[in-house]
Design a protein around this ligand. Structure first.
Ligand code: A3P
Length: 303
């Protein structure tokens, strides 16, 4: 698997071997036993799928569009379920996130890149029912975004071709991709699960906001509220917003950077077309076909 000066070792964890940071092992029981509270919302994703974008939207919808309070960095407003280290580079020494989440009062907003099969036990057996919003992005663009992020923030030196092999082989951090995507996809008919697509957010953010409001049982936004929120969530606004653009983390990691890149880097659908060779596109397409064969996964979600 991949090595990185930021995350030294990876652990293949669980019966289906999810690729996680090695430090996850010691906190796995705490995550498995984590108690969901009434009103908790989980935002889940495979990395580089638009997680931060969705987090910002959900946080504002859940917090009465309080743009002043939203000036606090997103990782402080939205704790990550698995242990710190990734996505929380500014506080590497803080307690594990389960303890931190337990200290917060009231319903919580929780981020995770864990596949559904590693979510807290009581969520999976149905005894605790958080609202779960999963954001999905076509794997070719997610891969390109991961490649650039890995080089900018994780010290990944692998070439695009080498990394593509790891990505498709499932031995990239939080892989396999399909374990994440299909695991949540299979729950799409559950009333407590909403599946969103990065490509839909790019195409019609207003429609996605309306669906999310409904899912969160929040009254619809007025026209003015909607316009302000869409402006706030636009790519250019997010790119300049230090509460969500991880600029501090990236500057702290600049010594690891193989190629610097901002967190809000490109924000486009279909960038794989100019970033991948035709051979790599064909390999990805073949891998997608193979991976969804025999499932009812809708191929439009992978293109
Ligand atoms: P790119 O690297 O393709 O630009 P995550 O938060 O899951 O790590 O996802 C990061 C990706 O989401 C990056 O993709 C980033 O640019 C994109 N993104 C974040 N905010 C966005 C926005 N407002 N509009 C479009 N893309 C956005």
């Amino acid at each position: 698997t991949l090595t990185s000066p930021v995350i030294d070792e990876y652990l293949l964890f669980g019966p289906e071997s999810t690729c996680l940071p090695s430090y996850y092992g010691s906190g796995a029981d705490a995550v498995g036993n984590f108690q969901i509270r009434n009103g908790d919302v989980i935002v889940a994703s495979f990395p580089k799928s638009g997680t931060t974008w969705l987090q910002e939207m959900v946080w504002l919808l859940k917090n009465h569009l309080d743009y002043d309070a939203a000036q606090v960095e997103i990782y402080k407003r939205f704790a990550k379920l698995e242990l710190p280290g990734i996505g929380d580079p500014n506080q590497p020494s803080r307690d594990n996130s389960v303890e931190e989440l337990n200290r917060l009062s009231g319903p919580r907003l929780i981020k995770t890149h864990l596949p559904y099969s590693l979510l807290p036990r009581r969520t999976r057996d149905g005894s605790e029912i958080p609202k779960i919003i999963y954001i999905m992005r076509n794997p070719k663009d997610a891969f390109i975004s991961y490649y650039h992020f890995g080089r900018a923030a994780l010290g990944w030196r692998a070439s695009k071709e080498e990394l593509a092999k790891l990505f498709m082989g499932g031995t990239i951090l939080y892989g396999p991709y399909w374990k994440s995507a299909l695991g949540y996809w299979n729950l799409r008919h559950s009333p407590n699960v909403l599946i969103l697509k990065y490509e839909e957010m790019v195409k019609d953010l207003r429609a996605v906001i309306r669906r999310t409001c409904e899912f969160l049982e929040r009254e619809p936004l007025t026209h003015e509220q909607m316009e302000k929120l869409c402006g706030h969530l636009s790519f250019n606004s997010m790119k300049d917003n230090s509460a969500v653009n991880y600029s501090t983390m990236l500057s702290q990691r600049k010594n690891f950077a193989v190629n610097p890149a901002p967190f809000m880097r490109c924000g486009k659908v279909g960038q794989y077309r100019w970033e991948m060779s035709s051979q790599m596109i064909a390999e990805f397409d073949e891998w997608i076909e193979r991976s969804i064969e025999g499932t009812d996964f809708s191929k439009k979600y992978a293109c």
